[in-house]
Design a protein. Structure first.
Length: 126
């Protein structure tokens, strides 16, 4: 049954439908905005990665080291335990990573600050 506007105003049902359509449109825009925001946060994790993690990934440290178990090389936890109480531990490890060590550890090409961040992560391992 068609609605006829009386005295120049839209019938109540038409106003309800138009209000619903506006709210639905707003909800759809909000959903799109939230989805885009969630996606940007998902990718932002890579942009805000720890400098130590970036250097570890770049140099493929995980191919020989793990946090807690010995693989090809000692775990970071075992290195931290070995260096525990050594006041010069940070300086020794930084130098070791810069020069490559006596055995088969490769040199890490990075700034002192980046290497210190890796060393801090290693020494904090448990």
């Amino acid at each position: 049954m068609p609605f006829v506007a009386s005295s120049g105003s839209a019938p109540t049902e038409v106003r309800v439908i138009k209000t619903f359509e506006r709210k639905f449109d707003m909800l759809m825009k909000l959903s799109s905005t939230l989805a885009a925001t969630a996606l940007s946060f998902a990718f932002a994790g890579y942009a805000f990665a720890d400098p130590a993690d970036d250097l570890i990934a770049k140099n493929k440290c995980h191919s020989c080291h793990t946090a807690t178990t010995t693989k090809k090389a000692p775990s970071w936890a075992s290195i931290a335990e070995k260096m525990k109480g050594d006041a010069g531990a940070e300086a020794k490890l930084v130098e070791f990573l810069k020069t490559g060590g006596a055995e088969d550890h490769k040199k890490i090409a990075a700034s002192d600050e980046e290497i210190k961040a890796v060393v801090a992560k290693v020494l904090a391992s448990k």
